[in-house]
Write a protein that binds this ligand. Structure first.
Ligand SMILES: NC(=O)C1=CN([C@@H]2O[C@H](COP(=O)(O)OP(=O)(O)OC[C@H]3O[C@@H](n4cnc5c(N)ncnc54)[C@H](OP(=O)(O)O)[C@@H]3O)[C@@H](O)[C@H]2O)C=CC1
Ligand SMILES: N[C@@H](CC(=O)OP(=O)(O)O)C(=O)O
Length: 365
């Protein structure tokens, strides 16, 4: 492969931004060069601007980078820009970057529902990146300059939910109903201001604004087929799949747990053993493509009766693997299971990096 691709990070000081720094610092294919955050941080060295909260030390390669304002003029040399921006500001900033011809992979929710914006969980629906390939081919055929584009990463809880659903749907046909109850880590709420200790210690908060609607809607886009002309996704309808989510914040640092029950459309439903085998055998396309960060084992099926647990299981396959345990029959629907995924790796920055690796493998950046 030729030299490394130049990467930038927007929102570099936040919960997701810090994870991007860790994942990109020694990456074999990307060189981290430009960092952006608010005007409060701009002009300072990264080490002075950031309130570093990761258990890994701040990588040396990032400490002296001077933080820029989030304007495309400072990111012109970037082949790819990752965004961990606060959603209140991501809309306008990412639009300006895209219009300046920059490729953006965003964690923010702002463009997830746009018809021509792929909403990607890289271990689930990388084929939706065909929308970007189609956009680039069309511009080339029309003799136009290479356009910028936005790719959205899903909501973190949605990523954990759809990971086991994908192989099950591929093997056993559509799932027509599912319920999920989440137990979400505090890092999911960001660092500024973050969840106050007095609210979460010795407590559970049974409300995360907007989260249930995002999970119920995004699942219908991620599991949907592409249009024949590869320009958009043909959303699943509520008749095709009913999704019901209840979201809770718990006193866990990283790792979202979800208790899921589901029903298949086709009868008879598969057996518990068939479900387990299907999940164990699933190999994601990113791994087949040889992507550096792709999990060797996409879904870890755990047999111990008290697993998965966030502290013990969130770092499987470096946080890119999803753990599934307690797979059993459900008296109301067909099956129930407990799923655990690392919310800032496979649920956020890690997915962003893996998407970029797929784009690179497909010559789209
Ligand atoms: N945490 C998670 O697990 C997940 C988060 N997301 C999404 O990712 C995004 C980032 O979330 P998170 O990292 O948790 O949030 P944080 O609050 O931790 O970080 C927000 C970042 O945005 C920057 N910022 C704030 N205001 C501005 C502004 N006016 N102009 C430019 N930059 C600004 C901050 O910079 P400064 O330090 O200078 O204020 C900081 O770098 C959000 O859209 C969130 O919804 C998605 C999936 C999972
Ligand atoms: N709301 C999620 C994180 C998040 O910011 O999600 P989204 O990108 O969909 O807004 C959580 O609290 O764990």
């Amino acid at each position: 492969m030729a030299g490394k691709k130049i990467a930038g990070v927007l929102g570099a000081t936040g919960s997701v931004g810090q994870r991007f720094i860790l994942l990109l610092a020694d990456h074999p294919h990307f060189e981290l060069k430009v960092l952006g955050a608010s005007s409060r941080s701009a002009g300072k060295k990264y080490v002075d601007a950031v309130n570093w909260k990761q258990t890994d030390l701040l990588p040396e390669s990032a400490t002296d980078i001077v933080v820029s304002e989030c304007k495309s003029e400072y990111f012109k040399e970037c082949d790819i820009v990752f965004s961990g921006l606060d959603a209140d500001y991501a809309g306008a900033i990412e639009k300006e970057f895209m219009e300046a011809g920059i490729a953006i992979v965003s964690n923010a929710k702002n463009y997830r529902r746009e018809q021509d914006v792929p909403l990607i969980v890289p271990v689930v629906n990388p084929e939706h990146l065909d929308i970007v390939a189609q956009k680039l081919e069309t511009a080339k055929a029309q003799g136009k300059l290479r356009p910028g584009f936005i790719i959205c990463i899903s909501n973190c809880s949605t990523a954990g939910l759809v990971a086991p659903l994908k192989p099950l749907v591929e093997k056993f046909g559509p799932i027509d109903a599912l319920t999920t109850t989440t137990l979400q880590a505090i890092s999911g709420a960001g660092f500024s201001p973050g969840v106050p200790g007095i609210d979460i210690l010795d407590n559970i908060i049974p409300y995360i604004g907007g989260e249930e609607d995002k999970m119920e809607w995004e699942t219908k886009k991620i599991l949907a087929p592409l249009s024949e002309d590869r320009t958009h996704v043909k959303l699943l309808t509520s008749e095709e799949i009913k999704v019901s989510a209840q979201c809770n914040r718990v006193a866990v640092s990283d790792g979202h747990t979800e208790c899921i029950s589901l029903r298949f459309k086709n009868r008879p439903a598969p057996s518990v053993e068939q479900v387990k085998t299907c999940l164990k055998e699933y190999v994601c396309d990113a791994y087949k493509l040889g992507c550096h960060s792709a999990p060797k084992q996409t879904i870890h099926v755990l047999e111990q009766p008290d697993r998965p647990q966030p502290r013990l299981d969130r770092n499987r396959d470096s946080g890119y693997g999803v753990s599934v345990g307690r797979i059993r029959e459900d008296p109301l629907l067909d099956f129930k299971m407990v799923v655990l995924s690392h919310n800032t790796i496979i649920g956020a920055a890690g997915s962003g990096v893996l998407i970029a690796e797929i784009l690179l493998a497909r010559n789209l950046i």
